[in-house]
Design a binder for this molecule. Structure first.
Ligand code: PA5
Length: 408
């Protein structure tokens, strides 16, 4: 049993609000209507939405879309693809060639409007769209950026693009419930009303000051206690491959919010059972520096049963009649038992249905927990001075060397 004495700051939990977010998840009828209209327009005129953005400007949407859309796309499904999150020339060159056979809309997302990766990608994609669609490109490019400032805002005004605002003071990694996340998620065909409903209920649940009734505070305090005992790495694990990108979003949320002033837990992720056959050995018997948080959804719509086969050549008839999801759930319990025995503390996050409501609920859970956790570490959860440092150095080097680069 953990002793919360001294670290349960009731006032702290009730004061820990994510700036501007409440207004978004509570009064959303206007934004829902706008998103719905735009979704219908895009679905009528295109089969591909290209989302340009990096970090918090795309990871949230990607996490939700991957979690809630089929593994294998059918021809009729809207495809959401991504650019501006790397600087690979090969990636962008191949992407443009791929787009040639698609009908395309673009959503470029950048709060600052000047981040190098999306800015470069957008420059190239803008030219592509203009060459391909002429004047109609203006209709097909949608900008999500700051309401007042930034180069992207200026370009959008000048070109007459439709614009959505990133609410003031909402940093990228806390922006999935704003148009940053909502537009791509809606276009992918996901019920954003349910997604926001889940977030709204979680926001209320995790604002309660009684730690025992507040799972987000409980999670934050537990990981803080473990951190103080020397467990410097948190492994987030799940058993459903479509949650991979949710892991990436979580990694950024906690890494960028907590990792400063030489403090913070290192957020790492694994996908089971794949990684049990890769990094499982280290987790079980390697350096005792990590604890594990297991995410499990008990109700996943699609499933398949193990068939009974008379010959039983593979000896698996003892599992006949069971479904793969049932077997997967049992493997989760086996993993927890084995890892605990190996000295790895295990927390379990059990959720019912893998749907828009519960993904919204889970993401808000993590956001609330992250803010509480950063406050326990006494760091600011909303800035990212270390990321800015790399951007400044890179631009300086590029300005110095750009004139020496060969032209294509
Ligand atoms: O969470 C954050 O604030 C960052 O990851 C940003 O989202 C990322 O650096 C991209 O910034 P911008 O939206 O200004 O292009």
């Amino acid at each position: 049993m953990l002793n919360y004495k001294g670290i349960t700051k009731n006032t702290l939990i009730s004061d820990l609000n994510i700036p501007n977010l409440k207004s978004y998840i509570h009064s959303n009828s206007e934004i829902l209507l706008e998103m719905d209209k735009l979704k219908n327009e895009i679905q009528d005129s295109a089969n591909t939405l290209l989302v340009i953005g990096v970090g918090g400007s795309f990871l949230g949407a990607r996490a939700v879309i991957d979690a809630l859309t089929p593994y294998f796309r059918t021809q009729n499904n809207m495809e959401i693809i991504y650019a501006g999150n790397n600087m690979s020339g090969a990636y962008l060159q191949q992407l443009l060639a791929y787009l040639d056979s698609k009908e395309v809309y673009v959503n470029v997302i950048s709060k600052s409007g000047s981040t190098m990766e999306p800015a470069l990608a957008f420059r190239i994609v803008k030219q592509y769209m203009e060459q391909r669609y002429g004047f109609e490109a203006r209709q097909r490019i949608i900008v999500t950026t700051d309401a007042k400032m930034g180069i992207l805002k200026q370009i959008a005004d000048q070109e007459g693009y439709r614009q959505f605002d990133v609410p003031e003071n909402v940093g990228g990694r806390y922006s999935v419930f704003t148009p940053v996340g909502l537009l791509p998620i809606a276009v992918a065909g996901i019920d954003i009303e349910q997604f926001l409903k889940g977030a709204e209920v979680a926001e209320q649940d995790f604002s309660t000051v009684a730690v025992e009734q507040n799972a987000a505070a409980h999670y934050a305090l537990t990981r803080y206690e473990l951190y103080k005992k020397g467990y410097a790495v948190e492994l987030l694990a799940s058993f459903e491959p479509r949650l991979n990108k949710l892991h990436e979003w979580w990694k950024q949320l906690f890494g960028e919010s907590e990792g400063k002033e030489h403090k913070g837990l290192y957020p790492s992720t694994v996908n089971y059972s794949t990684d049990l056959h890769a990094i499982g050995q280290f987790i079980q018997e390697g350096s005792p520096i990590m604890f594990e948080t297991l995410i499990h959804f008990s109700d996943i719509e699609e499933d398949i049963a193990v068939p009974y086969i008379e010959e039983d050549l593979d000896g698996l008839n003892y599992l006949a009649g069971h479904t793969l999801n049932q077997i997967n759930a049992t493997s989760k319990d086996g993993v927890a038992l084995a890892h605990e025995e190996g000295g790895v503390p295990v927390m379990k996050l059990e959720l019912p249905k893998l749907d828009a409501y519960h993904i919204g609920y889970l993401m808000m859970f993590f956001m609330k927990a992250c803010v509480i956790s950063a406050s326990l570490l006494e760091v600011n959860p909303f800035d990212q001075p270390g990321v800015e440092a790399y951007k400044v150095k890179m631009v300086k080097l590029l300005q110095k060397d750009a004139s020496k680069l060969p032209n294509f």
